[in-house]
Design a binder for this molecule. Structure first.
Ligand SMILES: Cc1cc2nc3c(=O)[nH]c(=O)nc-3n(C[C@H](O)[C@H](O)[C@H](O)COP(=O)(O)OP(=O)(O)OC[C@H]3O[C@@H](n4cnc5c(N)ncnc54)[C@H](O)[C@@H]3O)c2cc1C
Ligand SMILES: NC(=O)c1ccc[n+]([C@@H]2O[C@H](COP(=O)([O-])OP(=O)(O)OC[C@H]3O[C@@H](n4cnc5c(N)ncnc54)[C@H](O)[C@@H]3O)[C@@H](O)[C@H]2O)c1
Length: 466
């Protein structure tokens, strides 16, 4: 068998793999980036970017629809589905082309196209080529899981093919009420598609805070039905799929298309992990250290969606950098402080989970956005923000579903990262009239419960109009 030797082999040229390659090279190592397709990252091809492009089109349609509440008549919304999908793909392809340029810029001897499989602790088979490395980074991403009952349906969609639709579907049953299902459900609904969402569990957008979840569900249900805690039975019928559901609610409806959004598990099948001798968890994922990304004591590191810890873009990027550096410096590995958890779902309103979930002694400050000044001005009133703090008033987390969440979530994540108390935040400038201003009430509640003095030179009343 032909052989290739390198210092650091990276399996997977997605966001995590690219970051790992850069980081290992920066640390002075000779690298080999292996990918079975070199077609672009999941984020750019079938993930973050095309989904946000579809959401942007939906936002434009919804803006016209809602204009009459401001006394503006724009006439009926006419949507050219083919043009919408073409724009999604055109801009998506622009994003992908910049990733392809990154691949092109890599020296020819530091990339290898093929499917990698472990043959030992530091050896791989890549489509018949034997690769030997000093250390290996696994960054193989995740895949769209389609549960058995859905596999044979006609017009079955996942995130892998939905952006290739030539035109908008007539109707869409969305299976799974996680971020993926909800973002696309709302976007298609706003583009005029008849949409219903079905979730086997009770969660919506992954939110653990029941009050925030209830608030988000009520707002989304103004636009399309969301059936949670239901058992779902799909059946092929002429013209599409009949979905029957029972449990918390029951009914039946026929959809031209079904989008399965029931999670993306790690892509580890066929990777030959058994040859590595690594300890695997109950899901078959190597046991690893979250601060170093090292698998046991082996010269093997695991980063991005494939370790299933925080399957988000910024985490894939950060983990790639940590894993690549430690692979290059192995056997010396350096733990990295992981950032405050931040997960945002881009529905309208957007929702977010930040930091740690509440514990028994957590203080909660709450801000209701159904009566918030700026939200009312913009015709976007509704939603709930809940900020969490420890008994001393130090911010520890938050859960929110309100207008402006994607921005406010960053402020709270940054405050947690820099160890601010609720009083510290109240001492910072907060402009009027903004959505951020709505959080002052929640911060004051925390100060009161934690007996933290609210800054004396600050007015404690609400700003006018709030
Ligand atoms: C629809 C959708 C929307 C999303 N929106 C957001 C968002 O708004 N914000 C956010 O933070 N995150 C979002 N995400 C999540 C984000 O896209 C992922 O967390 C991120 O792309 C994961 O990157 P990765 O490097 O781990 O995997 P990938 O980019 O998938 O890279 C893995 C690579 O490994 C290759 N590979 C796999 N197995 C092998 C093998 N055996 N040999 C060789 N190569 C192999 C694959 O071909 C692939 O190129 C979204 C995801 C989806 C699906
Ligand atoms: N804004 C974002 O950051 C964003 C957007 C889209 C996707 N993503 C990422 O993409 C990945 C996939 O997203 P997702 O929403 O599919 O995953 P998810 O695991 O977050 O949610 C899947 C949902 O489907 C439900 N479910 C599972 N099996 C089911 C079944 N048989 N029938 C009905 N419901 C079922 C689960 O209870 C869960 O609520 C995740 O890693 C997510 O983080 C992120």
């Amino acid at each position: 068998m032909a052989e290739r030797k390198t210092e650091i082999a990276i399996i997977g040229a997605g966001t995590a793999g690219l970051a790992a390659e850069r980081s290992a090279r920066r640390a002075g190592a000779r690298t080999l980036l292996i990918d079975d397709r070199f077609a672009g990252t999941t984020c750019a091809t079938v993930g973050c970017m095309p989904s946000k492009l579809l959401i942007a089109a939906a936002k434009a349609a919804q803006g016209i629809r809602e204009a009459d509440r401001f006394g503006i008549s724009a006439g009926p919304v006419r949507i050219d589905g083919k043009a919408v999908m073409q724009r999604v793909r055109r801009l998506r392809d622009d994003f992908v082309s910049s990733i392809l340029e990154t691949f092109d810029a890599l020296p020819a001897d530091s990339k290898l196209k093929g499917k990698a499989r472990f043959t030992g602790g530091t050896t791989l088979d890549v489509d018949g080529l034997a690769v030997e490395a000093r250390a290996i980074v696994i960054a193989t991403g995740s895949f769209a899981m389609v549960p058995k009952p859905y596999r044979d349906l006609d017009n079955l969609l996942t995130n892998e093919n939905v952006f290739e639709l030539d035109d908008l579907p007539a109707s869409l049953g969305v299976i799974g009420a996680g971020p993926l299902g909800l973002e696309l459900a709302q976007a298609f609904a706003r583009l005029g598609v008849k949409v219903q969402v079905f979730g086997e569990g009770g969660k919506i957008a992954g939110l653990g805070d029941a009050a925030v979840a209830t608030s988000l569900r009520a707002l989304l249900e103004k636009e399309f039905p969301v059936h949670l805690d239901v058992e779902i039975t799909p059946e092929k019928v002429s013209g599409g799929t009949r979905i029957r559901w029972s449990g918390k609610s029951e009914g039946s409806a026929v959809f031209s298309h079904v989008l399965v959004a029931t999670g993306r598990p790690p892509k580890l099948d066929g990777l030959g992990l058994e040859a590595t001798g690594l300890d695997l968890d109950d899901h078959g994922t190597p046991v690893f250290d979250i601060t170093t990304l090292q698998c046991g004591a082996a010269p093997i590191f695991i980063a991005g969606d494939t370790n299933a810890k925080a399957p988000l873009l910024h985490e894939a990027s950060a983990e790639g950098a940590i894993a690549g550096h430690n692979a290059a410096t192995f056997p010396k590995v350096t733990p990295s402080k992981r950032k405050t958890m931040l997960a945002i779902t881009f529905t309208e309103p957007s929702s977010a989970m930040i930091g740690k979930p509440p514990e028994d002694d957590t203080i909660v400050g709450e801000a209701d956005y159904s009566d918030q000044g700026r939200a009312r001005v913009e015709g976007r009133a509704g939603g709930l923000v809940r900020l969490y703090a420890d008994p001393k008033g130090l911010l520890t987390g938050a859960s929110m579903a309100a207008p402006g969440t994607e921005h406010m979530a960053h402020l709270i994540a940054w405050a947690i990262e820099s160890r601010q108390t609720a009083a510290d935040l109240l001492n910072l400038p907060i402009y009027h009239p903004t959505l951020e201003e709505g959080m002052r009430g929640a911060l004051r509640q925390i100060c009161k419960t934690a007996a933290l003095p609210v800054p004396e030179d600050r007015d404690e009343g609400n700003a006018a109009g709030v």
